[in-house]
Design a protein around this ligand. Structure first.
Ligand code: FES
Ligand SMILES: [Fe+2]
Length: 398
């Protein structure tokens, strides 16, 4: 990460000390981390604006279109011109700062027209017209193009760095690329998407993703296709954490009956055809790599206790083109599991808000949660996030 002036989060450092103890005596994050909107405001600037935030699939932005989205504390305007070039701009007019497009909206117009005084920009960001503007003879439209936001596309996903100062995306992700590239996500297409709004802090959703200790209690269907104690962490030399879990012997993939209606991804070896790899990419992408499809959760914090989650299922064209293909075998299974998870996360959110809440201890099998929580706690103290540190497991099992 680039060096920033460290501004610690508005959280008592003494409370964070308990999170930073070795696994075995470490506790989860303090209440303010989950329930205080001032902490979220801080996080949006330091954990989102200062890093690489995922916005979704690049092929979702069609040629000749524009879309406004939230990225950390900012709004970004994504455009793709007729020639196919994808660009990202701050969603701000160069005249008096009106937003150009409201977050969540899309337009197929050839120009970006500011709703306030009708300045018009091309999809390349150049100012094309400033109707009835009489700002003097020295006015040079060439000086008033839209400001680009730093953007990169990785395996088909759009990432932006709103403050423009993060390390290059490849350095930021570190060895994640070598762990993911055999799934060739850039070849896959999103066939199904579910949007959820969950009354829980975004980090509760990440923590929940990072352990299967809860699986026997709330995911009976999942436990029929994947042994809940089979997860292990892979070494992360980048801004992510996670690793594989096994499939049960009878299961080809994660689905209600364990059967796949798709096709195994061609570059996966025999071992990875028997596993599902789960990675949480900091801050807002959960990447689940199956033998035959890829699922993602994209998180967008709305408030300390509220998050939007966009879940997508990606398949290779050769599977989608099969006569009786349907993504339902994957989407039905995970929609059920998602809802079980959201219920648990919402119940935890209600708990952490209580004055009866005290941060509790993490088990050895919650080592990935520990990696994430310590990354967050160190980030709160230092004002900037670094990759997780290797965990010294107190016990051999997770
Ligand atoms: S603020 Fe956009 S045209 Fe005036
Ligand atoms: Fe779960």
């Amino acid at each position: 990460m680039a060096v920033h002036t460290a501004v610690p989060a508005p959280i008592d450092p003494a409370e964070l000390a308990a999170t930073l103890r070795p696994l075995g005596s470490a506790h989860i994050l303090p209440r303010a981390a989950y329930a205080d909107d001032r902490v979220l405001t801080w996080e949006l600037e330091r954990f989102f604006d200062a890093t690489w935030v995922v916005l979704g699939r690049a092929d979702a932005i069609a040629p000749g279109s524009q879309r406004a989205m939230r990225a950390g504390s900012e709004q970004v305007l994504l455009t793709r011109d007729a020639a196919g070039e994808l660009r990202a701009f701050y969603d701000v007019c160069r005249h008096r700062g009106h937003e150009l497009l409201a977050v969540g909206s899309e337009s197929r117009k050839r120009a970006i027209r500011c709703p306030y005084h009708a300045w018009a920009y091309g999809l390349d960001g150049q100012l094309r017209a400033a109707p009835r503007f009489d700002g003097g003879s020295g006015f040079d439209p060439g000086q008033f193009g839209l400001l680009p936001m730093r953007m990169a596309v990785w395996h088909g996903w759009i990432f932006v760095n709103p403050d423009g100062e993060a390390d290059p995306l490849d350095d930021y992700l570190g060895n994640l690329d070598e762990l993911v590239s055999d799934w060739e996500p850039e070849r896959l297409v999103a066939v199904e998407r579910h949007d959820y709004e969950v009354a829980a802090n975004w980090k509760l959703i990440v923590e929940n993703y990072h352990e299967c200790y809860h699986c026997p209690s709330i995911h009976p269907a999942l436990c029929r296709v994947s042994p809940p104690d089979s997860s292990r962490d892979l070494e992360a030399r980048g801004m992510f954490a996670g690793g594989p879990m096994l499939l049960m012997d009878h299961a080809e993939t994660m689905s209600l009956d364990g059967r796949s209606l798709g096709q195994p991804l061609p570059r996966l070896d025999a071992q990875r055809l028997r596993e599902v790899h789960y990675f949480g990419v900091f801050p807002n992408l959960l990447l689940s790599l199956h033998p035959d499809y890829v699922m993602t959760h994209r998180l967008e914090p709305l408030a300390a206790g509220r998050s939007r989650i966009e879940c997508e299922w990606l398949f290779p064209a050769e599977a989608v083109e099969r006569p009786r293909f349907s993504p339902r075998y994957a989407a039905d299974f995970w929609d059920l599991t998602n809802r079980e998870d959201w219920q648990a996360c919402e119940a935890v959110q209600r708990g952490v808000r209580s004055r009866g809440f005290r941060p509790g201890p993490l088990a050895g099998r919650e080592s990935t949660v520990y990696q994430f929580d310590t990354m967050v706690a160190r980030g709160y103290l230092e004002g900037t996030v670094r990759p997780p540190e290797p965990v010294e497991a107190p016990t051999a099992t997770r």
